[in-house]
Design a binder for this molecule. Structure first.
Ligand code: ADP
Ligand code: MG
Length: 745
């Protein structure tokens, strides 16, 4: 047996709760040990007598509602024998219908005036919110207290993230049973730290979080549990930084007689202040014997490519190679082209007209014809290629380089921490290459400190001169169907004015997709096996519109006569490249595409972007997408077409995107909306780990403080030998969190 702490937390739940309950907890919520259950924290606490605001419920979530029965009725089903009991429950303002099939006796129990907790999935049917087959527990008449939760009399009622078949009150009961026999855990936090920060002990915190006497206890418990999460993440990151620093790196000093100097002399524009400043940091980072690990975030169009190219030239000047990785082959090809353009004869080694000390840019992607690929591989391995451009596969495929000095990763948000680790290990032997990551997604400070906490970060906040403004409008087609015609009209005008247009759709719409569709869309509403007609409204959401359908419809109708192109991820690489090149050359008027145009694509003559079913995209994705227009001298226009109704969170997100082009502000809003949607909700079930207590939005101070503490601890004791408790925390929490955040973004 291990230490007392791990033994208790690790005890399987079936030993305490019995096999049946344990199995339910495991399959519904992924909770299998005592530790898992104790870390399944209440989502909120209800005060006695309080009713849940029904207006705050989200469709499709599994919600727990405290409400009062307003009226109840029973009727026979039309189509076959049987009855439906409908109970209308209310929070005093809005109501919710609970339906029960063939359970006539419910009518006698759900008497008007009675209060209780109701749990189930929220659906909408003809503008009326419903809970189909909810589970419920009525409070005892007089005391207004949950009857099965009598022990909570006088205290707060915890409301747990729940699931079908496992309502909040059942979870509370399981927790009570576990706490009754639980004799605590070793506190992993050193006593000194706990006292200095005034944090509650772990055992007390866990007991209070589940069974608080008042909100004061809740607060103290939350603070302690947040600290655990923040510290575990920061310790892991501090160790990652430490390990990275302990590797030697290729030293690349800046020279003033090399390619970089020649490039700077002939730049057709002035570098912005930000480009210059970050350039200086990078130049210094590259010149020391420890690897650079730097994240550059900069708005779309802020000129990150030049920053990366100047860094790569410093590396090439030192006699080494640089690799540039893009998320897709289209982007890799485009990068190779734009680097070649920027470098001119400085990038044409071995070609006619190449400058004397020129280097060579080699494109290396999986879809190159075999002979070309062999040639590219050879150029990388021989060192003939100073700059190798490819997709992330360059790293996975273990392509060999003569002397890889630096890796540039463009568009970071698709590139997780594991890939970064793999990449650092790529120098061969002990040497780790310098790593420069670039992202156009502005990252709030808290996220930078956690998800990207293994990197130094710098931001390019100003745009180069001459960038045109982008205006964004929501086109609410549910309320104003005729506006869609205006959209197509606008496109025609734009094209007559000599400009080009993107139409972006969420889906491709070919067979391959459809075959997987069945599994993804779940029926979200009442079981209609009783023969009642299925609701028109609360049922399956229609699939988002698809590139292939939209292109066909536009060509046949509203945009007939214009030159349309189609671009999506499943086209063969050659076709993709040809379409992109045709669009860049102005041979295509309207490009109907998926989000493959999201990152990096640069066609200054494109002035309008129409995003179909815009609500199916995330906030930062929309921001990225619209950055494709307004890159030339004409102002850009982005139209967000959506059926989302005014007043819904979905619509709020779109309005937020339309309201500002400040990416940092949007990133903050995005974080906020994502979090808020979670407050009552359902998305929680089945999640085993993750940041449960810590909010990247609200807990900036805790995160910053934890970062300092972690740095101090790891500097003094890199292996955490003197702190087995901390080492255990790190092992438990970290990996899943970051994976999870990255998935969401
Ligand atoms: P992003 O940050 O989105 O990758 P790019 O690097 O593609 O932006 O730059 C967008 C455009 O701006 C390119 O055509 C580039 O040549 C140009 N550019 C970059 N820096 C400057 C600058 N300092 N002044 C003017 N134009 C610039
Ligand atoms: Mg770019």
């Amino acid at each position: 047996m291990a230490t007392a702490g791990t033994t208790v937390g690790g005890t399987a739940l079936d030993r305490v709760l019995g096999a049946k309950t344990a199995k339910a907890l495991d399959s519904a919520l992924g909770l299998s040990t005592v530790g898992d259950l104790l870390r399944h924290y209440p989502r909120r606490y209800a005060e006695r007598g309080e009713l849940t605001a029904i207006a705050g419920l989200e469709i499709d979530e599994h919600a727990t509602v405290l409400a009062q029965v307003e009226r109840v009725s029973k009727r026979s089903m039309k189509s076959r024998r049987g009855t439906i009991v409908e109970a209308r429950i209310t929070d005093g303002h809005r109501s919710l219908i609970c339906t029960f099939f063939n359970q006539a006796w419910r009518e006698r129990e759900l008497l008007p005036g009675r209060r209780g907790m109701f749990a189930g999935k929220v659906t909408a049917y003809r503008n009326q919110l419903q809970l189909a087959h909810p589970e419920y527990q009525l409070f005892t008449e007089d005391a207004d207290v949950s009857s099965a939760a009598e022990e909570f009399a006088g205290a707060l009622i915890p409301v747990y993230p729940s699931a079908q078949g496992l309502p909040s009150w059942s979870i509370a009961q399981c927790v009570r049973q576990v706490l009754d026999v639980w004799d605590g855990e070793d506190d992993p936090l050193p006593a000194e730290l706990r006292e200095r920060l005034g944090l509650t002990g772990l055992e007390a915190a866990l007991r209070k979080i589940h069974r608080p006497k008042d909100f004061g206890e809740v607060g103290a418990a939350q603070e302690r549990l947040k600290w655990d999460e923040a510290l575990a993440v920061q310790l892991a990151l501090a160790r990652l930084r430490g390990t990275a620093q302990s590797h030697p790196a290729p030293v690349c000093r800046r020279r003033d007689d090399g390619l970089l100097a020649a490039f700077d002399r002939r730049l057709p524009f002035e570098l912005t202040g930000g480009q210059r400043e970050i350039g200086e940091h990078i130049a210094e980072d590259l010149a020391v014997e420890h690897p650079m690990n730097r994240l550059v975030q900069g708005e779309v169009g802020s000129g990150k490519t030049v920053v990366a190219l100047r860094a790569m030239l410093q590396v090439v000047d030192a006699g080494r190679q640089a690799a540039m990785l893009a998320p897709t082959e289209v982007l890799a090809a485009q990068h190779a082209r734009s680097l070649a353009e920027l470098l001119g004869d400085l990038g044409m080694a071995g070609e006619l007209g190449g400058a004397e000390n020129a280097t060579r840019i080699t494109l290396l992607t999986g879809s190159l014809p075999a002979a070309q690929r062999r040639k590219a591989l050879l150029e990388a391995a021989s060192g003939e290629a100073g700059i190798v451009v490819g997709t992330h596969a360059l790293i996975q495929d273990r392509v060999s380089f003569a002397d890889l000095g630096m890796v540039v990763v463009d568009e970071q948000h698709r590139f997780g921490v594991e890939q970064r680790d793999a990449l650092r290990a790529r120098g061969g032997g002990e040497v780790a290459p310098h790593v420069l990551v670039m992202t156009a997604t502005p990252i709030p400070r808290t996220v930078a400190m956690t998800v990207y906490g293994d990197l130094e970060t710098s931001a390019l906040r100003e745009l180069p001169q001459g960038r045109s403004p982008i205006s964004t409008n929501v086109v609410p087609v549910a309320e104003k169907p005729s506006w869609l015609d205006r959209v197509w009209q606008r496109i025609r005008e734009e094209v007559s004015a000599g400009h080009q247009v993107y139409v972006v759709c969420p889906r491709i719409g070919d067979d391959e997709e459809n075959s997987g569709k069945k599994k993804r869309t779940k029926s979200s509403t009442v079981d209609d096996s009783d023969g009642e007609p299925p609701p028109e409204d609360g049922g399956e959401r229609r699939p988002p519109v698809a590139v292939l359908d939209v292109a066909e419809q536009l060509a046949a109708g509203p945009l007939a006569g214009l030159r349309l192109g189609v671009l999506h991820g499943r086209l063969p690489a050659d076709d993709k490249d040809a379409v992109m090149r045709g669009f860049a050359a102005g041979e295509v008027d309207v490009l109907v595409a998926t989000t493959v145009v999201e990152v990096g694509v640069n066609v200054p003559n494109a002035t309008v972007m129409v995003i179909m079913d815009a609500d199916r995209f995330g906030v930062s994705q929309l921001h990225q997408l619209r950055g494709r227009v307004g890159r030339g001298s004409a102002p850009g226009l982005c139209l967000l077409v959506s059926e989302a109704m005014a007043g819904t969170t979905t619509r709020d997100r779109l309005d937020a995107v339309a309201s500002t082009t400040d990416g940092f502000e949007l990133a903050r809003l995005d974080l906020e909306l994502r979090r808020e949607g979670d407050i009552l909700g359902a998305a929680q079930s089945g999640r085993k780990s993750g940041l449960k207590m810590l909010s990247l939005l609200r807990d900036e101070e805790v995160i910053a403080q934890a970062r300092e503490e972690a740095e101090a601890v790891v500097t003094a004791d890199p292996e955490l030998r003197a702190h087995p408790g901390l080492a255990r925390m790190v092992a438990e929490v970290v990996d899943d969190d970051r994976a999870e955040y990255l998935e969401k973004s």
